[in-house]
Design a protein around this ligand. Structure first.
Ligand code: FAD
Ligand code: NAD
Length: 463
């Protein structure tokens, strides 16, 4: 079979690239080794984790907030198998949606492991073997969970996010290694359902790569939820005892030993290129296992492009999607551009955490003079009505020009609120531009306006 483009991998990078290629008139095929499309994000990532976050948040609200609202419940309990089954229903619906989009855009789907025979030929080993000839290739093979040196994720008691999304029973206790995005999202799910959760983090803060103010506030809130943090601790061993697991870690005050039903390892993910036979195409990976690309996401072999988690940059679904579109449009002779500084990052805990642009730490490191405007949700009518009092919006703007350089939010629906900041920064707005725009009352978006007012001459109204 002969194609203009073959995309390897059907995650948000791959399937979006395939759709955009087809829209631009290219004869397109997509190769996926799993029986369902959608990659990590739809099958074992963004979508199932958000489904469980939502279910567990409902339970937590029913348990801790309903009474104050004047709603009384009796015999409230968790039906964990039903929660997991609803999550699977959401995943199935989403992956079938990708099947539909492939058909609608006349994209051929080849199920099986794809590997290079040469730079223009892909062998697909599925139930049958198929050879695809193609002008161009897009590698979108994503990532897999990383493990710690000398420690094996045995998928039994020592698990990754994939297993944590489909546990057979609600665990009584869980040790999580890594206080990053996965650890805190899944830690929140289980803590809300009643699991005792301990988080062991190597750095001195949780979510250490985000603006430090966010990690500090999130730490405070998640402690109230029951998560116990062991910061500045280096894990030294993890042992599967059969029905439990023991995690040992070394901190400044000596060694701790934690025993739990499960140990979730969430210390990052690694680019995945196993079995691709990159050498046959004349490609190799860098020292971190990534495929090297230029600004057009083109590899060292000009007809081969790579996108998403398998290349440099944040491992985020929306980043992979933008890259899929960029590559398709580049192939079609257009000149698209991605501003990586404006790709927002979100942690779907409650309250949510969302950021775009530069952190205070980055601005200090680059010696950029900046102003800060910060406003708390507890002074906002919408937040008080919803009993969501934790968190704040922080706006960083250029000391001289007032241009917004970074927005960092921890608060209710921060994931949605950050969109305003992305738009503002895309159009190079000043903090005063945001401050002068009308924000509907009573909404939590008013907190962004107040933070912008605070950044522009300390003019917040309700502080
Ligand atoms: P992937 O989604 O990993 O897809 C790659 C696909 O390629 C896979 O289906 C794989 O089977 C296939 N493949 C690999 N090799 C071959 C081969 N040789 N032949 C055929 N097929 C192959 N990001 C967000 O933005 N928001 C979130 O809320 C979010 N939540 C997450 C929650 C969890 C628990 C996890 C693990 C990740 C989460 N992410 C989230 C990250 C997000 O899932 C990834 O950034 C995104 O899926 C990357 O997309 P991709 O297309 O590069 O690769
Ligand atoms: P992460 O990079 O977010 O967090 C890993 C954490 O583990 C870090 O805080 C790190 O300091 C810590 N760590 C590393 N080695 C350690 C050790 N030996 N002992 C203790 N702690 C250690 O990685 P993750 O949470 O595994 O997530 C993987 C990727 O998936 C991320 O890049 C993220 O972008 C993506 N993801 C995104 C979302 C989202 O957008 N909401 C959700 C889940 C995952």
């Amino acid at each position: 079979m002969k194609y203009d483009v073959v995309v390897i991998g059907s995650g948000p990078g791959g399937y979006v690239a395939a759709i955009r290629c087809a829209q631009l008139g290219m004869k397109t095929a997509i190769v996926e080794k799993y029986s369902t499309l959608g990659g990590t994000c739809l099958n074992v990532g963004c979508i199932p984790s958000k489904a469980l976050l939502d279910s567990s948040e409902h339970f937590h609200a029913a348990q801790h907030k309903f009474e104050k609202h004047g709603i009384e419940l009796e015999n409230l309990k968790v039906n964990f198998p039903q929660m997991i089954s609803r999550k699977q229903g959401v995943v199935d619906q989403m992956t079938k949606g990708v099947d539909f989009l492939m058909k609608k855009n006349k994209i051929d789907v080849h199920t099986g492991m794809g590997s290079f025979v040469n730079k223009n030929t892909i062998l697909v080993k599925g139930e049958e073997e198929v050879t695809l000839e193609t002008d161009k290739v897009i590698i979108a093979t994503g990532s897999k969970p990383a493990s710690l040196p000398g420690m094996e994720i045995d998928k039994d008691r020592i698990i990754s996010s994939t297993e944590a999304l489909s546990l057979p029973d609600l665990p009584e206790s869980m040790v999580i290694i890594g206080g990053g995005v996965i650890g805190l999202e899944l830690g929140s799910v289980y803590a809300r359902l009643g699991t005792k959760v301990d988080v062991v983090e190597y750095m001195d803060s949780i979510i250490p790569t985000m603006d430090r103010g966010l990690g500090k506030e999130l730490n405070r809130v998640l402690k109230k939820l029951g998560l116990k943090f062991h910061l500045s601790h280096k894990v030294t061993s993890v042992t599967n005892n059969g029905k439990s697991v023991t995690v040992k870690a070394e901190g400044k005050k000596g060694e701790i030993a934690l025993e739990a039903d499960y140990c979730l390892v969430s210390v990052g993910r690694r680019p995945y290129t196993d079995g691709l036979n990159l050498e046959a195409a004349g490609l190799k990976t860098d020292d971190r296992g990534r495929i090297e690309v230029n600004d057009h996401l083109q590899t060292a072999v000009p007809n081969i492009y790579a996108i998403g988690d398998v290349v440099r940059g944040a491992m985020l679904a929306h980043k992979a999607e933008e890259e899929g579109v960029l590559v398709a449009e580049t192939m079609a002779g257009q000149k698209p551009h991605i501003d990586y500084n404006l790709i927002p990052g979100v942690v779907y805990t409650w309250p949510e955490v969302a950021s775009v642009g530069q952190t205070e730490e980055q601005l200090k490191e680059k010696s950029i003079a900046y102003k800060t405007g910060q406003f708390a949700f507890r002074a906002n009518g919408g937040a008080v009505a919803g009993m969501d009092l934790d968190g704040f919006v922080k706006i960083l703007s250029d000391e001289e020009t007032d241009e917004v350089l970074g927005v960092h939010i921890i608060g209710p629906r921060a994931a949605d609120l950050i969109a305003e900041a992305v738009v503002a920064m895309e159009f190079r707005a000043s903090a005063e531009d945001i401050a002068r725009m009308s924000h509907a009352h009573p909404t939590t978006s008013e907190v962004t306006k107040e933070a912008a007012l605070a950044a522009t001459g300390n003019r917040a109204i309700h502080m």
